[in-house]
Design a protein around this ligand. Structure first.
Ligand SMILES: *Cc1c(COP(=O)(O)O)cnc(C)c1O
Length: 377
């Protein structure tokens, strides 16, 4: 194979990242914290309707500290969207709590209002009111914000909004990450912007941000010596990583435009091909950053061509594609957890495929992708 690999989603630097990193070197701010961390937090906060933001070492760490501050502890139950990446659910287990999984609805592929309410009612009847709800904007698509938050408010359960894949997406003109009691962001290498590794917690108040930073820096009480009255964590973002983040914030909106243009490319590519549906916004209330473009394949309409046929044809041409998330309720580690729903998420997993979606894909890359599809369908 002599053609270079086309990735699903790879880091894409804008140009100024290195200047911020060099500045950290020049001023010897290599230690954690420092001016880039504050600068990056301010940039994120300005982008997210001025909500206080704490920069952390990962999106997973942000979820952990969000759930902790929602009061989740040993023996509790937390509702979690089943159709997601395992990092949405793992922090529930870190706290000694048990996830209760809920199916998706077909328009946004995210948590179903119907099964969410069914789960809440049933868990309360069984004697335990869920302590929090983890709702996810998967692949950048906002979940049904109004419906889900109405239910959560009615039962007074806080929402932890997993916006790891949805920085820059909006619902009714408001940015994802600002709807929940807490919002979480990720800057992992494959996300829409990256700090090579990192995350952030969008907080409801300055006090909660201060508490988050306190917990993330080993929970040091105010004293000249090391004094602790809480269990702490080492979850703060480094000043070097935050420097990359500051540069990436300058190109975030361009990255969104480029990802959305990849989505338009796929819409056009599959327009006249039977049996392939490109995942798109249900109506104009939803604006997705289209972090990943995804398709559903119906073999009965494609003349027998399946999701796997397409994935393998891409692999042969050195092009990465990947089945949609395998739902948590059928993962070996979570198979004994309660699940409310039917088989919406399961069928998405069975027939769905994520396609190369990076903001750095070239005209030639698109032509190679097109060639594989036209040879197959
Ligand atoms: C990436 C991701 C996370 C975790 O973020 P990390 O920074 O990798 O820890 C959580 N939830 C979802 C939906 C993600 O895609």
């Amino acid at each position: 194979m002599n053609e270079s690999k086309i990735w699903l989603s790879s880091p894409h630097m804008g140009g100024t990242e290195q200047e911020y990193v060099n500045e950290a070197f020049d001023t010897n701010w290599i230690a954690p914290l420092g001016p880039n961390v504050t600068g990056f937090e301010n940039d994120l906060s300005a982008y997210l309707n001025d909500k206080p933001v704490a920069a952390l070492s990962s999106g997973t760490a942000a979820l952990h500290l969000a759930l902790l501050q929602c009061g989740v502890g040993h023996g509790d139950e937390v509702i979690c969207q089943s159709f997601t990446f395992s990092a949405s659910a793992n922090p529930i287990a870190y706290l000694g709590a048990t996830p209760v999984f809920v199916d998706s609805e077909p328009t946004t592929w995210n948590i179903s209002p119907k099964y969410l309410e069914e789960a809440i009612i049933d868990r309360i009847e069984k004697g335990k009111k869920p302590k929090a709800i983890v709702a996810v904007h998967l692949y950048g698509m906002p979940y049904l914000v109004d419906e889900i938050h109405t239910i959560a408010n009615e039962y007074e359960i806080p929402i932890v909004e997993d916006s790891a894949e949805a920085l820059g997406s909006t619902y009714k003109g408001e940015k994802c990450g600002t709807f929940g009691k807490y919002g979480i962001l990720s800057f992992n290498g494959n996300k829409i912007i990256t700090t090579s590794g990192g995350g952030a917690l969008v907080c409801p108040s300055d006090e909660k941000k201060a508490k988050t930073v306190f917990l993330a820096t080993q929970a040091r009480d105010e004293a000249p010596h090391y004094q602790h009255s809480h269990i702490g964590y080492n979850y703060r973002l480094s000043n070097i990583s935050a420097g990359i983040g500051r540069g990436q914030m300058e190109v975030l909106d361009t990255h969104i435009e480029l990802r959305r243009s990849m989505h338009t490319f796929y819409r056009n590519l599959f327009k006249n091909i039977n049996g392939i549906t490109v995942f798109s916004e249900p109506n104009s209330d939803f604006y997705s950053n289209h972090w990943l473009s995804a398709i559903i394949v119906n073999p009965e309409e494609t003349g027998g061509v399946t999701r796997e046929d397409i994935r393998l044809a891409f692999a042969k041409a050195n092009i990465e594609s990947r089945p949609l998330w395998k739902p948590m309720h059928i993962q070996p580690i979570f198979k004994n957890c309660a699940f409310y729903g039917e088989n919406i998420a399961f069928n998405l997993f069975k027939n769905g495929l994520c396609l190369p979606s990076g903001s750095n894909l070239t005209f030639d890359d698109r032509q190679r992708i097109e060639k594989v599809i036209f040879a197959l369908l």
